[in-house]
Design a protein around this ligand. Structure first.
Ligand SMILES: Cc1cc2nc3c(=O)[nH]c(=O)nc-3n(C[C@H](O)[C@H](O)[C@H](O)COP(=O)(O)O)c2cc1C
Length: 317
């Protein structure tokens, strides 16, 4: 029998660390096992102000699991994932790798997106995402036990209002501002670097993005704005438990990788789901089935900036 080599486990864990995480906190730890690894939350990296319940920490770790699964498949390995396998709430998942079918072309292409996907914070083109791709992304999310609902027509105005209100409330909170500022940094191997904060002058959209530079309101360039019509998707789950958050994180992680394969960038519009009030209102206004976990704008854009990751030795034991 062919055995799972330690190198494969390292490769898969390294891919997991490339996942998106809230404020690039990378709130994870990995412990290797004979033929796989355990994924732990790193509570020291949980955002006390933004994320007291750890929901966004679980979403981030779920995205890491999705990356691990994609990397494993590209190497011809299957990853069996057991979520929350013990009563230790920090042990989020146990992943057992086994030799499977050789990867097909689509699996290899998807794994290439592990390196090319980045959060797109810039100005998006005035070009809607291909309807066939939007359908395919919906199917990806569906397979993960979550749901994806696109925001359409007049609903967009409702979302814009909710997002602006949620953003303004957060901006007024000095603790929120202090915490956000502490994760914007140009040195080190975590956090959001200033060159990942695109110049948004001339962006013609009422969708309020999270202002990492805390320079509210978005600066105008004095020139006519470029109209932007990104698609906006709301990812929901049936429940609102750590288990549901891990499912949502995997679904969101896979969605962003599939989008990246087709040159589509994504950016969470986190302010509207950060706290319970706006989250509940979003549900009511859109008549959502399930609980909103992630709201994403999706579109085409030129350029992006990569963010750093901690060294493998710092997160893997
Ligand atoms: C749960 C979650 C929430 C996020 N919220 C936001 C957000 O509100 N605004 C934003 O620009 N990026 C958001 N991000 C993206 C992270 O900032 C980004 O993943 C991280 O900085 C790493 O960069 P990368 O995605 O380019 O690898 C979020 C990511 C996750 C997983």
């Amino acid at each position: 029998m062919i055995s799972i080599e330690a190198d494969l486990v390292r490769h898969v864990v390294e891919a997991a660390t490339l996942a998106p995480s809230v404020h690039n906190t990378q709130p994870w730890r990995f412990v290797t096992r004979a033929a796989g690894f355990d994924l732990y939350a790193d509570p020291a990296r949980q955002l006390a102000v933004l994320d007291p319940a750890g929901r966004q920490l679980h979403l981030s770790c779920g995205a890491a699991l999705a990356h691990a699964r994609v990397a494993a498949r590209a190497m011809g390995a299957d990853a069996a994932v057991e979520l929350l396998p013990t009563d230790d709430p920090t042990l989020l998942a146990r992943v057992e790798l086994s030799i499977g079918q050789p990867a097909d072309d689509s699996e290899v292409v998807l794994a290439q997106a592990l390196l090319t996907r980045h959060t797109g914070r810039g100005v998006y083109d005035d070009e809607p995402v291909e309807p066939a791709l939007l359908d395919a992304l919906q199917a990806v999310v569906d397979q993960e036990g979550a749901m994806l609902r696109y925001v359409r027509g007049a609903e967009m105005v409702e979302l814009e209002v909710l997002l602006s209100e949620a953003d303004a409330r957060e901006q007024r909170d000095p603790d929120y501002r202090r915490e956000l500022a502490s994760w914007v940094r140009d040195t080190g191997d975590d956090g959001v670097p200033s060159d990942a904060l695109a110049d948004l002058s001339g962006r013609g959209s009422s969708l309020r993005l999270r202002d990492f530079s805390l320079s509210s309101p978005e600066q105008g360039s004095g020139q006519a704005p470029v109209a932007e019509h990104p698609d906006v998707a709301v990812l929901t789950t049936v429940g609102d438990s750590p288990q549901a958050w891990l499912h949502a994180g995997q679904a969101g992680g896979l969605l962003l990788l599939h989008a990246a394969v087709h040159g589509v960038q994504g950016q969470p519009l986190g302010q509207v789901t950060d706290t319970e009030g706006p989250r509940r209102r979003l549900s009511a206004v859109l008549g959502l089935v399930g609980v909103p976990q992630l709201v994403l704008r999706l579109g085409y854009a030129r350029g992006h900036a990569a963010t750093s990751r901690r060294a493998l030795g710092d997160v893997l034991t």
